[in-house]
Design a protein. Structure first.
Length: 105
């Protein structure tokens, strides 16, 4: 599963760190990355939570209905949470504000 390696490297973690954080045997995790073993569904859930992504993303299935947050900064994640809890009018105002900022840069 090449995606696991990519996600791990984005977090600047070693295989040993990820395995320890998830309470997995190092060689088991290493074999997941190498594609020699496939994680069960519970492990996939844990991996998705750990890497802030979806199981679909980990297994290489892309979908246009979800945003992969594993590549977003903390500031972007905070902004998304604020937008999720806002009214349509607030979202429209934020969007217009961002569009205005883009023209100034």
């Amino acid at each position: 599963m090449e995606k696991l390696k990519e996600l791990r490297k984005k977090m600047n973690k070693s295989q040993q760190q990820v395995a320890a954080d998830l309470n997995l045997n190092f060689y088991t995790y290493q074999n997941y990355e190498l594609g020699r073993r496939q994680p069960d569904i519970e492990t996939l859930k844990s991996l998705a939570d750990y890497f802030n992504t979806t199981i679909d993303n980990i297994v290489g299935h892309s979908t246009k209905h979800f945003v992969d947050i594993s590549t977003l900064s903390n500031a972007q994640l905070v902004l998304i949470e604020k937008i999720k809890n806002s009214t349509e009018a607030v979202c429209n105002s934020v969007s217009a504000y961002i569009d205005g900022l883009k023209t100034k840069i």
